[in-house]
Design a protein around this ligand. Sequence first.
Ligand code: AMP
Length: 183
Amino acid sequence: MRLVLIGPPGVGKGTQAVILGKRLGIPHISTGDLFRDHVTRRTPLGREAGHYLDTGELVPDHITVGMVHERLAEPDALRGFMLDGFPRTVPQARDLTGVLERTGARLDAVVEFTAPEEILVDRLLKRGRPDDTEDVIRHRQQVYRHETAPLLDHYAGILLTVEATGPVDDIAARALKELERIE
Ligand code: AMP
């Protein structure tokens, strides 16, 4: 199964991606995690991307897309994957369609997680990642609204929406139930 998870910062996509990836037996690929790993290892890519992560800006496509292509070419991702944090813009979505088409593949579904904004900001302030200062949090919400939310229309035909409030396991159960509809 080839899935994309979409949702505003703080909605719990990463947590859900870990649970759902295990349940569905597909690798969880988080571009945020890949970038943070590069930053920690001080690779050339990490040095280029670090500033964008610190400020909550999107890393430019020429860096992001190349990193995703490499990851998707790894053997574990050939039969399925759960993308978390990519695509984040319509051009990235077009790029993903193109990459998949080259191997005759396509996305099965895009899962959107929703929650009221007050809950999101509150969760992020409690999470305490280095890029979770209030200014950066607010900026990431704005970037989501402007750059990423248009993907919901782009993927309207394969979009599944899951309410991401309440206990983590309940949210995962709701997502799995939605996903049953495409199997
Ligand atoms: P996340 O862990 O998904 O919240 O991502 C953390 C940061 O990584 C974002 O604020 C961006 O700076 C960067 N990032 C992650 N995914 C992407 C992407 N698809 N395109 C551009 N930047 C990204």
